[in-house]
Design a protein around this ligand. Structure first.
Ligand SMILES: Cc1cc2nc3c(=O)[nH]c(=O)nc-3n(C[C@H](O)[C@H](O)[C@H](O)COP(=O)(O)OP(=O)(O)OC[C@H]3O[C@@H](n4cnc5c(N)ncnc54)[C@H](O)[C@@H]3O)c2cc1C
Ligand code: HEM
Length: 371
């Protein structure tokens, strides 16, 4: 471990058990000295409380060698423009971070520790700032909701039209804010279509438990509302040069990016067999089956297998989608694309490893932590 990394880890261990208090102090310092900065953050700071502080601490601790994370940090800086973050804010936040650490570390705080945090933060902030400055895109795109349809109790499919063209690649995701209902809360969603001439983007959202943004998107959003979209991210995209057959594994609204990839394939594919495995708890959650079946009827290279894990009367396959995938195959010559909740993605990756699918042939997006 390098000297800088050791100093950062050692000093963080002095305050770690007080992290909630460190977070409270950190935000209080920022907001008392700079009340305007409060407007950048969501109203419900209790839920989000330590998000920024955690993010910074993780970045500082894990980015031991910031050069290796150059692209990530530049991207993060570009992305921060959607929060209305300006260059001057970096100094304010960096100062509050060090004050908060010093406050709770007690007597053992040392000048070397302070210097280590200041140096690491400065390198990270500089990279984020240079990413932000170099970006020619707007910080976000305004888009109007032009269609909204409830497909089940918890799922909606809706379409938005950005006011300026927004370029993305099939399979990517972008973050969205819904200012009318949940201002300043950004969450990522995956367009369910490949780029279209009319620029519209379709989204599939599932309202999760106490979810702030998803429940607004499903239950409140209506035609005519405006949303904001930030620059696309993610690399679950098609390699046009690959000649391998492809397998798409989707759980619930994890179908969205898979549909996007499928739509792209419908534009040029003649030679690759494509198998879609679409799983959900019950048949209500197979919210887009009619459309998938329509595609399968139209494109001879496409097959669709559906499964329910908690609906014994469902006529298709029974069980978790990863177990269903394992019943078919062999799969060791295929490209895989996996998308859905953390547990679903984790279980599928495990199954694919057991089936000897080389990891480099598997691309995935997990909607929640894979713990
Ligand atoms: C790359 C990526 C792409 C995504 N694409 C889509 C998409 O196309 N469609 C879509 O519906 N969602 C998608 N998501 C999930 C989405 O970003 C939000 O996390 C989700 O909508 C919940 O946000 P929220 O504000 O409603 O919940 P929050 O207020 O953030 O969370 C409320 C509670 O619900 C829990 N929770 C959060 N998400 C889930 C979940 N999925 N299942 C169960 N519990 C959860 C949280 O741990 C928390 O306890 C994607 C996520 C990622 C990372
Ligand atoms: C080293 C510097 C910084 C790092 C590593 C960092 C990192 C992060 C990360 C990873 C997130 C979560 C992103 C997401 O959920 O989309 C985040 C959120 C955020 N950051 Fe930063 N950030 C830094 C500096 C700043 C500064 C200077 C500001 C200005 C005040 C800022 C304001 C925000 C806001 C408003 C959010 C959203 C918080 C929320 O939803 O609760 N960040 N940051």
């Amino acid at each position: 471990m390098g000297d800088l990394a050791r100093l950062l880890k050692e000093s963080w261990s002095l305050v770690e058990e007080h992290r909630d208090k460190v977070a409270g102090y950190f935000y209080a310092r920022i907001f008392l000295a700079h009340p305007n900065v409060r407007d950048l953050f969501p109203v419900q700071m209790d839920v989000q409380r330590a998000r920024l502080l955690n993010a910074i601490v993780t970045a500082v601790q894990t980015l031991e060698d910031p050069e290796r994370f150059d692209e990530y940090l530049r991207g993060l800086g570009r992305d921060h423009r959607k929060f209305h973050v300006e260059p001057a804010h970096y100094e304010v936040v960096g100062g509050a971070l060090i004050e908060a650490l010093r406050q709770f570390a007690g007597d053992q705080w040392a000048i070397e520790y302070e210097q280590a945090w200041a140096d690491a933060y400065a390198v990270i902030a500089a990279k984020m700032l240079s990413g932000a400055e170099a970006d020619a895109n707007p910080p976000y795109w305004h888009a109007e909701v032009v269609a909204h349809e409830r497909r089940s109790k918890d799922i909606a499919v809706f379409t938005v039209l950005p006011l300026q063209p927004l370029e993305f690649r099939a399979g990517q995701y972008l973050s969205m804010e819904c200012p009318r209902y949940q201002p300043r809360l950004w969450r990522t969603y995956s367009p369910a279509n490949a780029p279209r001439r009319d620029n519209t983007l379709e989204f599939h959202a599932r309202a999760v438990g106490a979810g702030w943004v998803s429940s607004a998107l499903v239950r409140r959003l209506q035609v005519g509302d405006m949303v904001r979209l930030a620059a696309p991210m993610g690399s679950m995209t098609l390699d046009r040069r690959s000649t391998r057959d492809a397998v798409f594994v989707a759980g619930g609204t994890g179908l969205a990016p898979i549909k996007s990839l499928l739509e792209e394939l419908t534009r040029y594919n003649r030679t690759r067999w494509v198998h879609v495995f679409f799983g959900a708890r019950d048949r209500d959650d197979l919210y887009d089956l009619a459309e998938l079946n329509r595609l399968a009827a139209r494109y001879p290279w496409l097959s669709v297998v559906t499964a329910c894990s908690d609906d014994p009367t469902f006529g298709g396959e029974q069980g978790n989608i990863c177990d269903v995938v394992a019943r078919y195959g062999p799969w060791n010559e295929h490209d895989f694309f996996v998308s859905g909740s953390g547990p679903m993605v984790k279980a599928t990756l495990k199954t694919l490893a057991e089936l000897q699918v080389p990891p480099m042939r598997v691309k995935y997006d997990s909607f929640t932590e894979m713990t």
